[in-house]
Design a protein around this ligand. Structure first.
Ligand SMILES: C[S@@+](CC[C@H](N)C(=O)[O-])C[C@H]1O[C@@H](n2cnc3c(N)ncnc32)[C@H](O)[C@@H]1O
Length: 145
C-alpha cells in the first residue's frame, strides 16, 4: 500500500497514524498532476477530500494521471464534496467554498466530478453514496478504466 501527498508534514502525520495502527504503508512525496509512478502500476487507487483543492485544469490532469497509473480494469474510489441534495446542504457547503476558494470548489458544488472523470479517461463512473455532513454532501464515486 502506498500513500502520496504533496506536503511533507501531512506525510509525517500519516506515517505516525499508520505506525500506531501497525499498518505497513510506503509514503511518498509527490503531486497528483504528475504521479511519480510508471503506467499500469496499481489495481486500486483511492482519494479523499482532495479534488476540491485543484483548479479545473489540475483536476483534469490528476484524473488523467490516475487513469495512466491504474492497470486496465483497475478501480478508482473517490470521496469528495459533491452537489448538495437540497438547498440546505448546498448552503452549508458555502462555508467550505469560502475557506477553500470558490474556483477550486465549483465543480464539486455543481456535481461535475463524474463528467470530468469521463472526459479524462474513465469508462464508467458510478455514484455509490451521498453522505450528508454538517458542512455539506460528500459523494463516494467508483470509476473504472
Ligand atoms: C483536506 S486534505 C485531505 C487529506 C486526506 N486525504 C484525508 O482525507 O484526511 C488535502 C490534502 O491534499 C494535499 N494536496 C493538495 N494539493 C495536492 C497536489 N496537487 N498533489 C498532492 N497532494 C496535494 C494536501 O497536502 C493535503 O494533505
Amino acid at each position: 500500500m502506498i500513500g502520496l501527498d504533496g506536503d511533507e508534514d501531512m506525510l509525517r502525520r500519516a506515517r505516525e497514524k499508520s505506525e500506531a495502527q501497525s499498518i505497513s504503508v510506503e509514503y511518498k512525496h509527490g503531486f497528483a498532476q504528475a504521479l511519480p509512478y510508471a503506467d499500469d502500476t496499481f489495481d486500486v487507487i483511492t482519494s479523499s477530500l482532495f479534488f476540491l483543492h485543484l483548479t479545473a485544469i489540475d483536476k483534469s490532469a490528476a484524473f488523467t494521471e490516475v487513469c495512466r497509473v491504474l492497470h486496465p480494469g483497475g478501480t478508482f474510489i473517490l470521496a469528495d464534496w459533491g452537489q448538495g441534495q437540497n438547498i440546505w446542504m448546498r448552503s452549508l457547503f458555502l462555508l467550505i467554498r469560502l475557506l477553500d476558494g470558490f474556483e477550486t470548489t465549483r465543480d464539486n458544488a455543481f456535481g461535475h466530478l463524474p463528467k470530468i472523470m469521463r472526459e479524462n479517461g474513465f469508462l464508467k463512473v458510478v455514484e455509490l453514496e451521498k453522505m450528508a455532513t454538517p458542512l455539506g454532501t460528500i459523494a463516494i464515486l467508483q470509476a473504472t478504466i
